[in-house]
Design a protein around this ligand. Structure first.
Ligand code: GAP
Length: 439
């Protein structure tokens, strides 16, 4: 059943250009994926909404864009060189590796061979700077964007002069040498994180943690995710990352079961303190009122971009006898509207439809389709989640009105061409975060 649903979503994603297998023409590379025209649009929509929501609309959040390759000293100080590891066992016969905690029993799941003792396997990707591949030149691709914010903490203090509490935000790629094959784009070698390091007075961390729990939940509801499929799960002591004193994940009910979507971690002063000690730079904050110097504490909400996309696809997928529909919120849908000339061989209708498409495209992502019959075009747009379709017909040339058809209800209405922009702005405003965190 779970396989069946995932199979349908994966195949729709490929067929319609959301997600392709990575390096496909060479047989693929496990756990890597590429995003096609519709996937790229959706990712961009999610990034933009996140930026708008957590950076632009915040008066105390500062964005940065830091490098993927950093001094290896960063990862020594952050604890990743030593602790960012999974316990792995290896089959003595076929040499396949598995995460120790994912293997039931003591035999290889692939060939029933004998397994080795578990060993720690660091998940950071290693590469070399310069021409000589030796230890002194080793660098790592960042496994989280977070450290780019900690190592720039002093730069933010001097350039922005912020006062606590304040956030530093970043969207960017992270890389992990994941061993367990991940369900579609759920767990991949390369992915994007949208993270905030929220610096607070040490005594205020719990209050801030609760506040972020609310904001993270509201964000997902605002994207249209079904709340019944979301829950918070607190990490047990033995699950906590090396830097965390408390972590809770938002989990989503994927077709194969509940899985981590986002994490919220209380990192205390672990990172700033370690970077201060190891770099010799004083990364303390000076309270402007008391002149007291101290390391702020950090609450870190982290949002996986690719898992957000997967969640939206899974949650939006529906089908009946007639059609497959992605019931995506218009906010995240790759196209807000599609424009069709009723017939493709009537020059004046096509010209009019092109004009409308051009005007709308300057404001909204607008698709164009003039192939096949109208019914087929509607279904093709339903399948990629386009909320509204506009048809330009003979009548349009006389009364300057078009037919708008709604994806979810299939209802149609006539709207004047010069009112189209307002019509769409009104509709889209119903889905804004401020307007009741729509479904
Ligand atoms: N800075 C904290 C941090 O990196 P994490 O729980 O390891 O925390 C944060 O990762 C988020 O990044 C996860 O909740 C998930 O959304 C996403 N993520 C982590 N590993 C991933 C992977 N291999 N593939 C896709 N997304 C991943």
């Amino acid at each position: 059943m779970a396989n069946d649903v995932m199979q349908k979503i994966t195949s729709l994603a490929k067929r319609r250009g959301f997600v392709f297998q990575g390096s496909e023409i060479y047989g693929g590379l496990a756990n890597t994926w590429d995003y096609g025209p519709l996937g790229a649009r959706m990712l961009q929509n999610i990034r933009n909404l996140w930026w708008e929501q957590f950076v632009d609309q915040s008066d105390n959040t500062y964005p940065v864009e830091s490098g993927i390759i950093k001094s290896p000293k960063v990862w020594e100080a952050s604890g990743h060189t030593e602790s960012f590891a999974d316990p792995l066992v290896e089959c003595k016969k076929c040499h396949h590796r598995f995460r120790d905690d994912h293997v039931k029993g003591d035999k290889c799941p692939d060939c029933s061979g004998e397994l080795t003792e578990a060993r720690q396997f660091n998940m950071m990707f290693k590469t070399f700077v310069g021409v000589v591949e030796e230890k002194a030149n080793t660098v790592y691709l960042r496994p989280e964007t977070a450290q780019g914010m900690f190592v720039n903490f002093k730069n933010i203090l001097t350039t922005e002069r912020p006062t606590l509490p304040f956030g530093v935000a970043q969207i960017g790629k992270a890389f992990r040498n994941e061993i367990t094959p991940g369900n579609f784009i759920f767990r991949t070698l390369e992915f994007e994180q949208m993270e905030i390091e929220y610096f607070v007075q040490p005594e205020n961390w719990e209050e801030s943690f609760e506040e972020w729990k609310k904001l993270m939940w509201q964000w997902l509801v605002g994207l249209g995710v079904n709340e019944k499929k979301m829950k918070w799960r607190a990490h047990k002591k033995d699950e906590l990352s090396h830097y965390s004193k408390r972590t809770e994940d938002i989990e989503f009910e994927f077709p194969w079961g509940w899985g981590e979507l986002y994490g919220l971690a209380y990192r205390g002063d672990f990172d700033l303190k370690n970077h201060s000690e190891k770099s010799g730079e004083d990364l303390q904050y000076e309270d402007p009122k008391t002149s007291k110097r101290f390391f702020p504490h950090v609450v870190e909400p982290t949002f996986g971009l690719n898992r957000t996309l997967l969640t939206l696809l899974v949650d939006a997928y529906s089908e009946d006898k007639e059609r497959k529909v992605l019931k995506l919120s218009p906010k995240v849908a790759p196209y807000k509207v599609a424009v069709f000339p009723l017939v493709a061989n009537k020059n004046d209708i096509v010209r009019k439809a092109r004009e409308i498409h051009k005007v709308l495209s300057s404001e909204f992502a607008a698709a164009w389709d003039d192939r096949g019959n109208i019914g087929k075009r509607y279904f093709a747009q339903d399948e990629i989640g386009t909320p509204w379709c506009i048809t330009v017909d003979h009548q349009t040339l006389e009364d300057d009105q078009v037919t708008i058809r709604d994806r979810d209800t299939a209802k149609q209405e006539r709207v004047a061409v010069d009112k189209l922009s307002d019509w769409f702005h009104n509709k889209l405003s119903l889905f804004s975060f401020e307007n009741g965190l729509n479904k």
